[in-house]
Design a protein around this ligand. Structure first.
Ligand code: NAP
Length: 340
């Protein structure tokens, strides 16, 4: 039996769900891979808790028992972890605190599973290079569509193929708002209110409705899969705030369905990214991506087109996407151990 120690930075709604799901899978990892997967450290903005013997769900989540000040570099440089799960806030201004956590964890040769987007938008290429130099891994399903397997499709399912274009619905909230407007004829504001009541819109909904979230996910995908050097200022970006009830009536009469799409066009060493409001005929696969669902359509030179749909946004699905990355790490380590 081997041990694998996990640390988590950020215990918001996602971090808490990961703590619970990780605990519920402990016996499965033991049975399936002979790995004793232990949560050895957690921290928030104020403090944290570290235990080499492992923390129970209650120990991890009861922040009153955390040590004040055990956060930031103090936490990351002392926690005895093999894997860091970064579930702190997405800060698009400078990528912090995630950037410092990830750089230091990779420098300590930890494997990193990242759900926050700020650090990746700022410097995913630099972080991947650092992981390569340190002989470790950086995985990011939770930051690139969560339960929609975008990175797996591009890096595993069509590995080796020349990918010409990626088109994707990457933001469940915008898709839900457009679906609601088409289904009920309600206004943009009424549909946004419903998304907020359901708790699926960002605290600042303009991040979704002005296309920023889709743009950011496209940057992370393009810069990591194609080693592109795209910055947010290079992107042509539409949102959905300008959609009126008159537009909806016209589109319904014309049998067209509006969707907010991230597009990555890949030519040689170059990538162009745009975020567009596009209209699709009823028989197009994007027209059937309804509500909170997401989807990705990939055009390759060798395998033709592939389409994947699903990944509706919810906390359990997001936590499961992060633990899918963990399972890939465990499998890779099991194979390496078996062959050594
Ligand atoms: N919600 C989703 O469905 C979803 C899906 C995919 C990806 N994500 C990403 O996952 C991340 C977490 O999402 P969430 O909804 O759980 O966010 P959240 O509820 O805002 O939680 C953020 C957590 O990060 C902690 N934090 C803040 N500053 C910190 C620091 N300096 N060091 C350590 N921890 C710090 C916060 O602690 P305090 O309470 O002490 O401030 C809080 O526990 C975000 O980056 C989000 O973009 C979310």
């Amino acid at each position: 039996m081997h041990t694998l120690n996990i640390a988590i930075t950020g215990l918001g709604s996602v971090g808490q769900q990961i703590v619970k799901l990780l605990a519920s899978r402990h016996d499965y990892y033991l049975r399936q891979y002979q790995y004793d997967v232990r949560l050895v450290g957690v921290c928030t903005s104020n403090g944290g808790r570290i235990s080499e013997q492992g923390l129970s769900v209650e120990d991890a989540l009861s922040t009153v028992t955390h040590t004040r000040g055990l956060t930031g570099l103090k936490f990351i440089n002392t926690v005895p972890a093999d894997v860091l799960i970064e579930a702190g806030p997405t800060n698009l201004n400078n990528g912090e605190p995630g950037l410092t956590y990830i750089r230091n964890a990779l420098s300590r040769r930890m494997k990193v599973i990242c759900l926050s987007k700020g650090a990746l938008v700022h410097d995913v290429s630099g972080l991947i290079e650092l992981a390569r130099q340190q002989g470790t891994l950086l995985l990011m399903s939770g930051a690139t569509g969560s339960a929609l397997p975008t990175m797996d499709l591009l890096q595993v399912c069509v590995a080796g193929c020349y990918i010409r274009q990626v088109k994707a619905i990457l933001t469940g909230t915008t898709n839900m708002i457009l679906s609601e407007m088409m289904d009920t004829g309600c206004s943009f504001q009424e549909a946004l209110n419903k998304a907020q009541e359901l708790g699926i819109a960002e605290a600042d909904p303009s991040l979704d409705t002005q296309g920023w979230d889709t743009a950011n996910k496209c940057i992370i995908i393009a810069n990591s899969v194609f080693d592109a050097k795209v910055k947010v200022t290079d992107i042509q970006r539409d949102g959905i705030e300008q959609v009126t009830q008159d537009h909806i009536i016209q589109w319904k009469e014309a049998n067209l369905t509006p969707r907010l799409i991230g597009v990555i066009n890949h030519h040689g060493d170059n990538c162009q990214i745009s975020v567009k409001l596009e209209l699709f005929p009823k028989n197009h696969p994007f027209a059937s991506v309804h509500g909170r669902m997401k989807a990705m359509l990939v055009e390759t030179a060798e395998m033709g087109e592939l389409f994947v749909m699903g990944g509706a946004s919810n906390l359990l699905a997001t936590a499961a996407a992060a633990l899918k990355d963990l399972e890939l790490i465990i499998r890779t380590m099991s194979v390496a151990k078996a062959s050594s």
